[in-house]
Every structure is written in C-alpha cells, then in structure tokens.
Design a protein around this ligand. Structure first.
Ligand SMILES: Nc1ncnc2c1ncn2[C@@H]1O[C@H](COP(=O)(O)OP(=O)(O)OP(=O)(O)O)[C@@H](O)[C@H]1O
Ligand SMILES: [Mg+2]
Length: 461
C-alpha cells in the first residue's frame, strides 16, 4: 500500500481487543485513532475527516449503525466497515443499507479485516478514477459536434463555456457554413435549459406572412387557412432555446414584434387578444452585417442591441487552416462509416490542396467535398487529389518561398534544407505515384541519387 494517508477510526468498547487491533493496523500502515463508544466516535468524526471507520455494531449507548450513518452523512466518501458480534448477518446487512461498505464477523483474523480494507480502498480508488475519466470525457466533448483545435476555436469554446450557463441573448455571426447552428446547439446543450427544447426557425426560408404565424402561432380563424389553434415556435421553445436563423431577413414589422417579446417575454397568438408568457432564451444568427444594416436603416437599432447582448463570431475556415486536417479526419470517419467503405488515409498532396483552398462555403463545403471524395475513392485505402472537386484540385499551393522567411531567433540551416529536400522528394513521388524513375526526372537528379536520398531520409526519420 503506497497511500500514506489512511486515517482510520476504530470504534470498539472492549479496550483490550481494540488496542490489539489498533496495533496490528498500525503495523500495516494505517494511522489509527481509537474510540471506546459511539458517542466518542461521533465526537471524533466532528473534527476530523477519516478515510475509514471500523466500528463494532453492538456498542453501549449509540450503536454502530448510528455511527456509520453519521459518518457517511458527513463524509460521503468515507469507507465504513462494521464488525458484528454475534454472527448475525442481518445486523450487518442493515448497517450496509445505512451506508456501511462491508462487514467482518467476530471473532476475526486480522488478515480478514486487512483484506476487506484493501479491497474497499481499491474499489474506492477505481470509483473515483472512473468519475475522473468520465469528467474528462465530458470536458473533451463539452462542445460535442464542434471540431476544432485552432487558437480561434479554443477561444470560441472558452467563450461558449462562459455564456452557456447564462440566460443572455446571443447573436452569432459568421459566413455561410461556418458552423453557426452547431454553435447555437452547443450553447443550448451546455445550458441549464438542455432538458427542454431547442427550436430552430430559419427566418429566410419561410414567406413573411407565414413567418409571423410560425413564430407566434394562431387561433382558429385568425386568417384564411387558419383551421385550428396552433402553437408557435416561441411557445414550443418554452423553458428552452429559440434559435432564430438568418434573423437579418426579417421584415421591419416583424422585427418590431420580436423586440416586444424580448422586452416583455410575452406575446399574443395571431387572432387572440390575451397574452401568453414565455420563458425562452433567444439565440439569433446571421451571415449579414447587421451593424451595417442598422446604419442603412434596414434593421431596427433597438432590436440589434437587444439581440447583440453577447456577440459570438464564428471565424471562417480559411482563417483557421490548422483545423482542416482535424475536420477532414472527422468527416472521412463519418462518411466512411455511412458508406461502409474503407479509405483510411488522405494523401499529403490531397491534404495540401484541402489546406490551400479558400473554402467560401466553409465547413459545410469541406464536408461536402469529403463526402464526394469518399464516394469516389470507393475501396481504395487512400483519398487522392483526383478524388477532390476540381476547384479544390486547382487550388494553388502556397509558394514554397512563402515559408522561407528567416525567423527572429534564426534557424538550423542544414535541418531546414533537409526538410525542404524531404518535402520536395515526397511531392515528386506522390505526383508520379511512387515511380522513382519519373520522380528523379522531375527533380533533375539521377535515379540512383534519388534512391540514396530516400534511403538516407528514411533512416533519419
Ligand atoms: N467545427 C465544426 N465541427 C464539425 N462540424 C462542423 C463544424 N462547423 C460546421 N460543421 C458542419 O458543417 C455544416 C454547416 O454548419 P452549420 O449549419 O452550423 O453552418 P451555418 O453557419 O449555420 O451555415 P448557414 O449560414 O449556411 O446556415 C453542418 O453539417 C455542421 O455539422
Ligand atoms: Mg445555419
């Protein structure tokens, strides 16, 4: 046992037995305190957080199970072991119901007690280890569905973590396909509202006249075609989150009505005169520049400020290229699983194209490109450049010289040149499908020279 801090309280009214057991436990590395009665035990527990309590069940005055109950109530992680005097298992079972971990019956060998203690400690250790692992997993997937490790995304995760627990209205801005909706969902799922609904309404996908009814609901006969009473999205989102996508496309009349909901948290269904109270958190998203729309009189300034309590910007993919390999792996896995096929890797040259492309459609466009590439690759085990959409294939790789800036702190010339050599050799081999003769021609060296270089590089890496 390597754990030095095993503080044990031993409760036993028979002094000679208590002292003998205490001595043996001490010999086995336990820090033992003794109590001669239940009352004394409870007093000791009041001012010290023991790891373990071993108590006789039958004690004069306060009995062992009451001691266990007190101990466990105060220290949920304490290990309580009871000692039964009469071989009556029933009392022991009772004590376990009250929180004891295990029991030993008198008379017992010290080894028996040590064994019970050992396994209890081990189990407790595993238990807290599992809890720790689970907490870690939750931590890792805190923003489940949002893949990213770039500095920009790490900053975004941090912000999300802070804002998720609040009730504040959030305005998410970002280019098309950048992940505004995944961010909105992540906020909801990490908020105290997660048990209730996340209701999404795309303001640009529905004609203006229907949008109002969609949002507020209506009563029967409110307008032509309103055959029954209908709940709007606002009501559906009660206690949950309402996600208003493309909020910039809303008419000014509707903007006015939305403003009122945000201010008063109540509204009327269309055709109804009495108002409905709602408790919703609103998250809005837009890919247009709302501030500019405000300046140009196309969006209500007051509504803009109501929505923009917490601004969250999702950066475009081209500004966080280091996320691309991660996203590619994520989508390859996803579509490979969907298709039941097996491309497992992505060639370096394909990855370079993927990283050079500007991705005007952001993550959605990348996702589509990978879906397509996986389908094209069929049973091949590698995704190649030729599997990519043609505009991606044509993406200019950044000129090598772009990475040739001499850093402030200087560099190791030999190492740097070796890296460039390795890179160019790799590219030549990829372009020629591994044909060393053709690759040597591309690099204008003899085939034997190339083979030698490859051997040397392989040895070095
Ligand atoms: N960081 C990310 N990790 C994993 N998947 C992502 C990420 N960002 C976006 N996606 C995926 O990309 C697609 C587009 O994301 P989303 O719908 O959230 O974009 P959007 O910003 O709302 O786009 P639009 O403006 O067109 O509505 C979705 O399939 C989403 O799952
Ligand atoms: Mg969207």
């Amino acid at each position: 046992m390597s754990d030095p801090e095993k503080h044990l309280l031993l409760v036993e009214d028979e002094a000679p037995l208590r002292e003998a057991v205490a001595e043996q436990l001490t010999d086995h590395g336990y820090q033992v305190e003794q109590a001669g009665s239940g009352e004394e035990a409870i007093e000791r527990l009041a001012d010290f957080a023991f790891d373990i309590i071993v108590t006789d069940l039958r004690l004069p005055g306060i009995d062992g199970s009451a001691v266990v109950e007190t101990a466990v109530e105060r220290y949920p992680h304490i290990i309580a072991i009871v000692v039964t005097g009469y071989g009556t298992v029933k009392d022991a079972v009772d004590a376990i119901k009250h929180g004891a971990w295990d029991f030993v019956s008198k008379p017992f060998q010290i080894d028996e007690l040590l064994h019970v203690l050992d396994s209890a400690l081990e189990q407790r250790r595993l238990k807290s280890e599992n809890a720790y692992l689970r907490a870690q997993l939750e931590e890792r997937y805190r923003f489940e569905g949002i893949v990213g490790k770039s500095r920009a995304m790490a900053r975004l995760f941090q912000l999300l973590e802070t804002v998720a627990s609040t009730n504040s209205t959030i305005l998410i801005t970002g280019e098309t396909g950048a992940g505004k909706e995944v961010v909105a969902r992540a906020i909801h799922h990490n908020s105290p509202r997660r048990m209730h609904r996340f209701v999404a309404l795309n303001c640009s996908a529905i004609p203006e006249t229907l949008l109002e009814a969609e949002l507020f609901g209506h009563v029967r006969g409110a307008f032509t075609g309103a055959v029954g009473n209908r709940q709007g999205r606002l009501e559906q989102a009660h206690k949950g989150t309402l996600f208003l996508d493309e909020v910039g496309t809303m008419s000014t009349a509707l903007q006015m009505k939305l403003l009122r909901v945000l201010q008063e948290r109540e509204f009327e269904r269309i055709g109804d005169s009495h108002s409905v109270k709602v408790d919703v958190r609103v998250i809005a998203a837009t890919n247009s520049d709302l501030a500019r729309m405000v300046a140009e009189g196309q969006f209500r300034e007051d509504l803009f400020y109501r929505l923009n309590v917490i601004p969250v910007q999702v950066p475009p993919l081209r500004d966080r290229k280091e996320d691309i390999p991660l996203l590619v792996a994520h989508f390859v896995d996803k579509f490979r699983a969907d298709a039941g096929t097996s491309p497992v890797t992505v060639s370096q040259s394909a990855m370079r194209r993927l990283m050079s492309f500007r991705w005007p459609g952001n993550v959605r466009q990348l996702e589509n490109a990978i879906e397509r590439a996986v389908a094209f690759a069929g049973n091949r085990s590698q995704l190649d450049e030729s599997d990519l959409p043609s505009d991606v294939q044509q993406a200019e790789e950044p000129a090598l010289s772009a990475s040739l800036a001499l850093p402030e702190e200087g560099l190791d010339l030999d190492q740097f040149i070796a890296r460039i050599e390795r890179d160019l050799i790799q590219r030549s081999l990829e372009r020629t499908n591994g044909n060393k003769g053709k690759a040597a021609k591309l690099l204008n060296v003899k085939r034997t020279t190339l083979v030698e270089k490859i051997k040397r590089l392989e040895k070095e890496s």
